[in-house]
Design a protein around this ligand. Sequence first.
Ligand SMILES: NC(=O)c1ccc[n+]([C@@H]2O[C@H](COP(=O)([O-])OP(=O)(O)OC[C@H]3O[C@@H](n4cnc5c(N)ncnc54)[C@H](OP(=O)(O)O)[C@@H]3O)[C@@H](O)[C@H]2O)c1
Length: 301
Amino acid sequence: MKNQITKPRVLVLGATGQIGSLIVQKLREDENVELRVTSRKPDEVNRLKAEGLDAAYLDLDKPETFALALAGVDRVFLLTGYTVAMLTQSKVLIDSAKKAGVRHIVHLGIFGQWDCTDPHFVWHQLIESYIKTSGISWTNLHPNMFMENVLAFFAPKGGVFTTYWGSQRMGWVAGEDIASVAATVLSEGPERHHGMDYWMSTEVLDANEIAGILTEVTGQEIRGEVGSHEDFKAVFTSGSVAVENWYAEGAIEFTRQVSNGEMGYIGTVRNDTPFITGVPAMGFLEWAENNKAKLISLIIN
Ligand SMILES: NC(=O)c1ccc[n+]([C@@H]2O[C@H](COP(=O)([O-])OP(=O)(O)OC[C@H]3O[C@@H](n4cnc5c(N)ncnc54)[C@H](OP(=O)(O)O)[C@@H]3O)[C@@H](O)[C@H]2O)c1
């Protein structure tokens, strides 16, 4: 009888979201792994299946959906949404992964120092600690501020691009690079990446520098404005961004701590991306050029 070499099966959570969907695009072309994607919405599971993907129903709030999705899985990309529920969701998912024989968890976390106090950063750190105690091999990804937030939380309005952390500079990373790092780690597995923390903060910019790039790329005059964490509250209360209260409070605390210098490290470059992917990380100008149409439509609407 011929020996069959089985490829590791990778399970991607958050496959319908901004980072997860980019990872799926990369891993579906990867001949080194078998890919399984998940969604908590049966319609989305069917859509993904119709695209030819191995798709499983998994709702992080329903532990009874974990076993079937995890069956036969070797590596998990653990992504949770913008919610304090990530604590319970991740703890139970990690326990289930252990029972299912998963060998490697790649966690999407935050760009935080070990003793930081901002709540939503702390939640991610607790999850990382729990993964480490599980005995499963781990790799932690630490992206700084997603450039994609300029299309959402920090969308330019009325010719103004506003930051909410005073005049401090912020480190930015493109979702495309986070996905490339995650896909590479998931493909290469724990032999190369166990026990590694990868930091992704590609370029440090302030409100005026970003406004200058947006002006150059879109051809529309955009002015940079420096707001405070108090102004950031209005972004959530206006209803323009739908985020639960716990997370919103954490995000406001984040901007407060960046403004007053407690999180000064957030304005630093730590660019591990090319070490993993072998290609340079994307700067803000290139990201803006790639997203020119979306930016123009945001600015003119
Ligand atoms: N934005 C930043 O600057 C930044 C920086 C560092 C770290 N992060 C971290 O990045 C993560 C979010 O990544 P993202 O921006 O890609 O998120 P996203 O676009 O909001 O996508 C979240 C994904 O998770 C899925 N999901 C949500 N609740 C679920 C549940 N109960 N069960 C199963 N799946 C569920 C969503 O599915 P549906 O389509 O069904 O909703 C979606 O696919 C957060 O943990 C955040 O802390 C963000």
